[in-house]
Design a protein. Sequence first.
Length: 149
Amino acid sequence: MEIILKQDVPNLGHKDDIVVVKNGYATNYLIPQGMATMATPSAKKMHAENMKQRAHKEAKLREEAQALAEKLEGIQVTIATKVSSTGKIFGSVNNIQVADALNEKGYEIDRRNITIIGEDKLQEVGIYEAVVKCYKDIKATIKIEVVSE
């Protein structure tokens, strides 16, 4: 029996795959659990149309993300914070402050998409690098300069 998967199923396939399984597995488990639907000719047509529309939307999102990554590449963000006489920061600088600094420069980046390379938070004055995830596999590298206030 041919079915269209509604979600990822281990050892069977990923969401939106059309797979062939035994009748009992489909009718007794996958379809009642809401993991799949029967692949009738009309369902296949709807699935093909949905995949075409999704591919068009994804191409547009990917293009926008690529443009954002090109703008972000090599940007340097300066974050001023209170520092002790030895150069240690009182507290730390993390991706939240980096996201705020990018928002001030006009880039709307969610803090969860920023990863500081090598460390989780910065605790000394200096220049660091961070990776900004713009889309699934599109990333940009920025520089973070932590200075004394």
